[in-house]
Design a protein around this ligand. Structure first.
Ligand code: ZN
Length: 137
């Protein structure tokens, strides 16, 4: 597969309202979008740094993936997302190389990206997201 850049880093937070202050007031970044991804039971907030984003993830349901993550590990880095120009091929490629997939086919993530996760058991504990921006083409 061909990875073009780090699309974003996903960070689990208890409260976007609270953690936004650090990113804006201390780091001087600007939150340009807050969006709820119902299917993932999260609210997301985005900050742009070059062509990479920081994605803050706040759980909207304690039973959702971010709710469970925070309960187990607390706040912190949740996943890293790599941009690719062909997510279907990238997934096939990863699977053919023995990587366990969380998503066998891409689904819609925040910002209308096509996304799919690789299983952390196959990626040395780093939950890895692949994404493709089909809107830009
Ligand atoms: Zn993500």
């Amino acid at each position: 597969m061909e990875i073009t850049h780090i699309e974003h880093i996903g960070i689990a937070v208890k409260s976007i309202e609270e953690s936004k202050k650090y990113y804006e007031d201390v780091l001087g970044l600007k939150c340009y979008s807050i969006e709820e991804v119902k299917d993932q039971k999260v609210k997301t907030a985005f900050f742009m740094i070059g062509q990479t984003k920081i994605e803050l993830l706040e759980s909207t349901d304690t039973e959702g993936p971010i709710g469970k993550f925070i309960e187990k590990k607390g706040e912190g880095i949740h996943h890293i997302a790599f941009a690719t120009n062909n997510i279907e091929d990238a997934l096939k490629d990863a699977e053919s190389k023995g990587v366990r997939l969380v998503d066998k086919t891409p689904r819609k993530g925040a910002e209308g990206l096509d996304i799919a996760f690789l299983h952390p058991k196959s990626t040395m504990g780093v939950l890895t997201e692949l994404c493709e921006d089909k809107n830009k083409k």
